[in-house]
Design a binder for this molecule. Structure first.
Ligand code: FMN
Length: 207
């Protein structure tokens, strides 16, 4: 049995490009029998709490209070889902040049010292290894080339967050210029579909 973990984070519901493309990726992965069990986290519909002074120690230190223990239990559950996954598909809209805070809150709960990353003499070491990740990015503008390239704090940040916990086999699919009108939107979706189909080929998964 292979497990697929799916994270959605768009606040646009049915109109969301990342939700649409993530669902297509999931369908192709499941139809191709590349994953037999799917766990979904819609971080928009069921947002995780921000870490605060009441809860942060539950994730980053030793929990001592009821609120910290609750925070630890939530983090444990999210980390278990992550560790059980063979394949992870993440829908990531660009919000204010970076991630939706709902998705960032997921990372805040799964970047756990001693659990998903450790420190060695050689520096930090990711402990969540042997998984493939597909990130579907949707953006209003164009960042992969041109003058706004330096304002892309989304993809480098996601690469850093994922790599920090050992997820280094990451494929990014970008749907860009979503805000440039219906033709540009359709073109971006069509281009992303080709890349998703390539990712979902059996040999690509097994590679
Ligand atoms: C709160 C918010 C912030 C946004 N910030 C940016 C941005 O910084 N750059 C950009 O190109 N598009 C931005 N957009 C547009 C979205 O990236 C675009 O609509 C994309 O399609 C969102 O993904 P979705 O369709 O999956 O919801 C923003 C949209 C929202 C709602």
């Amino acid at each position: 049995m292979s497990n697929l973990l799916v994270l959605n984070s768009s606040a646009s519901g049915e109109a969301s490009v990342s939700n649409l493309l993530v669902q297509e990726a999931v369908n192709q992965i499941v139809d191709g029998n590349l994953a037999t069990h799917v766990v979904r986290r819609d971080l928009d519909l069921d947002p995780l709490p921000h870490l605060t002074s009441r809860t942060a120690a539950g994730v980053r230190a030793e929990p001592a209070t009821p609120a910290e223990r609750e925070s630890r239990a939530l983090s444990d559950a999210l980390v278990a889902e992550l560790q059980a996954a063979d394949l992870i598909v993440i829908g990531a809209p660009m919000y204010n040049f970076s991630l939706p805070t709902t998705l960032r809150a997921w990372f805040d709960h799964v970047l756990r010292p001693g659990v998903t990353f450790g420190y060695s003499e050689a520096g930090p070491k990711g402990l969540v290894t042997g998984k493939r990740v597909l990130v579907v990015e949707a953006r209003g503008g164009l960042y992969s080339e041109g003058p706004a390239q330096a304002a892309d704090f989304q993809e480098p940040y996601l690469r850093q967050l994922l790599g920090f916990i050992g997820l280094t086999d990451v494929t990014f699919v970008r749907a860009e210029k979503i805000g440039f009108g219906p033709d540009a939107r359709a073109e971006a979706i069509a281009k992303a579909r080709v890349e998703i189909a390539r990712f979902a080929q059996p040999q690509a998964i097994a590679a």
